[in-house]
Design a protein around this ligand. Structure first.
Ligand code: PGA
Length: 247
């Protein structure tokens, strides 16, 4: 399966900045053997979608609501995402868990509705620094996966992003050895939950202060099947070098 690199633009780029980035990004000669996804802000989705038409770059959304229709002020439904040709949806990002108080149960509902609408979730899991210090990393990952994937049959492929909370946006990425351990553990949990065949369809990727300089220390391991990139995805040069390192 192709490696996947996802730009998570968070609340950084509006419509103009998104399109300015993409105009430059489109000119870069990048390998087609790496699946590239751009996840802009909701407000930029429509314009970014139009811009990406006819390219190999896929569109991602940063969140979704778990109900499909109705009186839910401020929320965005999976159908609205589909209408804009979204392929992937980030679910359970630690910033949504923290600032929007998203629970594992809500994340589970979102994963289900994403699958139901033939979108692909990018499920984020990872421990905080406190949890790591208390040696609870694997316990936390296991709990997040167990609840998020409750009632999910795993027939469709998806992505799990291991993102230690303390590594996100801090410039302090995790050590590759620790990432490999976490990835192996996630794979075991998926195999137990979905069986070997179905779990093989899930890609496990890493996120947390990945940039053009440190990417190759991760990319050389086959267990790391791609990256979820925040800060470094705001620079055409940095993001392009991350994609190139995945070949
Ligand atoms: P970062 O963000 O690359 O800026 O650490 C990663 C993420 O939040 O997905």
């Amino acid at each position: 399966m192709k490696k996947i690199v996802i730009a998570n633009w968070k609340m950084h780029f509006g419509v103009k900045e998104s399109l300015d980035f993409l105009k430059k990004f489109k000119k870069m000669r990048l390998p087609s053997s790496v699946e590239t996804v751009i996840a802009p802000s909701f407000i930029s989705l429509c314009e970014v979608s139009k811009f990406l038409r006819g390219t190999k770059i896929k569109l991602g959304a940063q969140n979704v609501f778990w109900r499909e229709k109705g009186a839910y002020t401020s929320e965005v439904s999976p159908k609205m995402l589909k209408e804009n040709k979204v392929s992937y949806v980030i679910v359970g990002h630690s910033e949504s868990r923290k600032w929007l108080c998203e629970t594992d149960e809500e994340i589970n509902k979102k994963i289900k509705v994403v699958f139901k609408n033939s979108l692909r979730p990018i499920l984020c899991v990872g421990e905080t620094w406190q949890e790591r210090k208390r040696k609870r990393t694997f316990k936390i990952i296991q709990k997040q996966l167990r609840i998020a994937l409750r009632g999910v049959d795993g027939k469709k492929s998806f992505v799990v992003a291991y993102e230690p909370v303390w590594a996100i946006g801090t410039g302090r990425s995790a050590y590759p050895d620790d990432v490999i351990k976490a990835h192996k553990f996630i794979r075991q949990v998926l195999v137990r939950k979905l069986g070997g065949k179905k779990s093989a369809k899930a890609r496990i990727i890493y996120g947390g202060s990945v940039d053009g300089n440190n990417v190759s220390s991760f990319a050389k391991y086959p267990e790391i099947q791609g990256f979820l990139v925040g800060g470094a995805s705001l620079s055409v040069k940095e993001f392009s070098s991350i994609i190139r390192a995945c070949v």
